[in-house]
Design a protein around this ligand. Structure first.
Ligand SMILES: Nc1ncnc2c1ncn2[C@@H]1O[C@H](COP(=O)(O)OP(=O)(O)OP(=O)(O)O)[C@@H](O)[C@H]1O
Ligand SMILES: Cc1ncc(CO)c(N)n1
Length: 285
């Protein structure tokens, strides 16, 4: 059994954060574990409140996980404040996991600050250099690189600047640009473009969390980083295509879309429509 850890915030609505990450790990057949950094009262309409976990408790959760179950890959999401970032940094330096995927979560789709603005420098200086891959969206890439991103060339320029911060590799997600959903992966040498058609839906809650935890799940399964990123792009595209129209706002991604095992109405692989799209199962059921 392969194991993956998410260090992130809890989303009570179940669409993003820890909940999206654990669902993604399960859909990949990977055993999921969690270190909770912050509890958000959140649903498809927005964030009602945020309560951070103490840095001591964050480090203690890391100790509990690393000194017993040791993960094959780690995903980091919402880190909230500078003290929590320092606790995570201490844990990462002590336990030295491979395959750290950092999703530099800053602001939720509904506009709430999930990273305190004063913690930006700690994220840049402490967490980025300890990560194998950083996965900013356009706004986060602008904040990290200091440049305005208007198109593909700017994405490449921003990727170079983010590597200069000490990141080993970066995926800039173009989900918020017009046209195809184009992501750019840069490993310091080559650029790889991963594009999918833009799916017209309002239900995109948790897309970034799902994408980064899918990279971690694939790393845990033993795929190379490039393969893991490509497979994660395939996973998130299906999860958005079949995203769920639940709640009264921005609905969540669907983690059952590629799994024949679940004879759920939400599993397109089980009905004609799914076969028409020609999706293959990733999990082999
Ligand atoms: N409408 C869409 N159609 C297809 N792919 C999309 C769409 N929106 C986003 N994506 C893809 O989903 C992934 C996540 O990108 P996105 O930019 O939405 O992340 P994010 O803003 O960090 O998400 P979150 O708000 O959950 O933090 C990327 O691979 C992106 O290309
Ligand atoms: C807890 C949490 N993490 C990440 C996101 C992504 O925006 C969110 N909305 N909530």
């Amino acid at each position: 059994m392969k194991l993956a850890l998410t260090i992130a915030g809890s989303d009570s609505g179940g669409g993003a954060g820890i909940q999206a990450d654990l669902k993604t790990f399960s859909a990949h057949g990977v055993f999921g574990m969690s270190v909770i950094t912050s509890v958000t009262a959140q649903n498809t309409m927005g964030v009602l409140g945020i309560e951070d976990i103490s840095p001591e408790m964050v480090l203690l959760q890391m100790k509990a996980v690393f000194e017993d179950l040791y993960p094959d890959a780690v995903k980091i999401g919402m880190v909230s404040n500078g003290e929590i970032i320092r606790a995570i940094t201490e844990g990462l330096k002590k336990y030295e996991p491979e395959g750290v995927v950092l999703d530099p979560v800053m602001i939720s789709k509904s506009g709430s600050h999930l990273l305190k603005p004063e913690a930006m420098e700690a994220l840049k200086k402490e967490l980025i250099p300890l990560s194998l891959v950083v996965t900013p969206n356009l706004m986060e890439a602008e904040a990290l690189s200091g440049i305005k991103i208007k198109g593909k060339e700017c994405m490449r320029d921003a990727a170079k600047r983010i590597l200069a911060l000490g990141a080993k590799t970066v995926v800039i997600k173009g989900g918020h640009l017009a046209g195809d959903a184009l992501d750019i992966f840069y490993d310091g040498k080559d650029f790889y473009e991963m594009a999918s058609e833009r799916i017209v839906t309002q239900n995109t809650h948790g897309t970034g969390c799902t994408f980064s935890s899918a990279i971690a799940a694939n790393l845990a399964l033993g795929y190379t980083l490039l393969e893991s990123v490509k497979r994660a792009k395939e996973y998130i595209t299906g999860a958005i295509r079949y995203s769920l129209d639940i709640g009264h706002g921005v609905g969540p991604t669907n983690h059952f879309w590629n799994c024949r095992k679940y004879s759920s109405a939400h599993c397109p692989a089980n009905n004609v429509r799914g076969h028409m799209y020609g999706f293959k199962t990733l999990c082999g059921h």
